[in-house]
Design a protein around this ligand. Structure first.
Ligand code: UD1
Length: 340
């Protein structure tokens, strides 16, 4: 199938493009490069031997998007969005405009040209503060702790309403837990600008001696070692989940929701220790105050994706740490010169 991938040069998007090519699909990338680089496409080509067509555009630009769709596509994987929690608190209108506004304009174009098959990059953030664990897809959403999280809830709502209004739609929401790691080739990965906000890139930069130590945000949580528990999942497993969803559900009308996680929880200090032993490096850390909006623990119920998509995460925490470090040492990940 010919699949439009919005945000296809981003961290998760670039791995999704690789997984789609490996599953025999033909991806077409659109991205405004606001948080990624064109050179990512060289990485995709060197891994797969295929250079996907690329359109430099904003998904909210309806004329440009129509051009990129051209003769038509069989489906869309929609990942284009901003995802920095702190920035979303400081600049909420930019987040609602860029994430929700642009998505509405994109959906208008898809409706007009007759594309009715969409896989959406959602997040476990839609569950808010967990009332019960593991988090299941049928649990209530709508208690996000920041504007970024609200944009994911709102985008899901817009898409669910559209699918309800026109039953020819097939809509799939993939709620990622904590995607980390990189393609095992070390040719694509996560390249944050400046100081990383997420854990794994920060750990990698400390191991590479770009930063002196890891700030551990909170050591007094009610968990086994006092640090928060998350469900870290290898980004290539997440990417393969998209290929499964596009393949399995393209004919299945209605709205479908799946968690993408491993079903296992890991504390911050367990991740640090796994990174050190897998890669034989040292990651000094320092305890800091809790980060506002963080929850003590989240992990996924994974049975639904196993049942319907025949998907389960295959890679373990050691694989995630090894591939994150391989990518960090490739010279393509963020370096000191990216700091600002
Ligand atoms: C966050 C967002 C989530 C978003 C995801 C991807 C929240 C509450 N979380 O997930 O919505 O989808 O990023 O961008 O909105 N940590 C440290 N030191 C660091 C960095 C992180 O101790 O320097 C800890 C955090 O406190 C947390 C864990 O590491 O316990 C994971 O943090 P992070 O990688 O930022 O992911 P989340 O906060 O789970």
């Amino acid at each position: 199938m010919r699949i439009l991938v919005t945000g296809g040069t981003g961290f998760v998007g670039s791995h999704v493009v690789v997984a789609l090519i490996e599953a025999g699909h033909e991806p077409v990338i659109v991205d405004n490069l606001s948080n990624s680089k064109l050179s990512v496409i060289d990485g995709i080509e060197s891994i797969t031997g295929f250079r996907p067509p690329f359109f430099h555009l904003d998904v909210g630009d309806q004329l440009a998007l129509r051009d990129a769709i051209g003769e038509g596509v069989d489906g869309v994987v929609h990942l284009a969005a901003w995802k920095a929690v702190g920035e979303s608190v400081a600049k909420p209108l930019r987040y609602y405009g860029n994430n929700v506004g642009a998505t509405v304009r994109m959906l208008e174009v898809l409706s007009e040209v007759g594309v009715r098959n969409l896989v959406f990059s959602s997040s476990a953030t839609v569950y808010g503060e967990p009332q019960e664990l593991p988090l299941r897809e049928d649990m209530a959403t709508g208690r996000a702790t920041n504007p970024y999280g609200w944009t994911k809830i709102m985008m899901e709502q817009v898409m669910a309403d559209l699918a309800f209004s026109d039953p020819s739609w097939s809509m799939t929401f993939l709620r990622y837990f904590n995607p980390v790691g990189a393609h095992e080739s070390g040719r694509i990965g996560e390249a944050p600008h400046g100081e990383p906000t997420n854990l794994m890139p920060y750990v990698s930069q400390v191991a590479a001696e770009i930063r002196p130590s890891l700030p551990v945000f909170g050591t007094d949580y009610p968990t086994r070692d006092g640090t928060p528990i998350r469900d870290y999942v290898h980004v290539m497993d997440v990417a393969e989940g998209h290929a499964r969803a596009i393949g399995a559900l393209s004919g299945e009308i209605g709205t479908h929701i799946y968690n993408l996680g491993t079903g296992r929880g890991t504390t911050v200090l367990e991740l640090v220790s796994e990174f050190e032993s897998t890669n034989q490096v040292s990651v000094p850390w320092q305890g800091h105050a809790r980060r506002p909006g963080d929850v003590a623990e989240t992990w996924a119920a994974v049975e639904r994706a196993e049942r319907d998509l025949d998907w389960r995460a295959k890679r373990d925490l050691s694989d995630m740490c090894r591939d994150a470090w391989h990518w960090q040492r490739s010279g393509l990940a963020a370096s000191r010169s990216d700091q600002h």
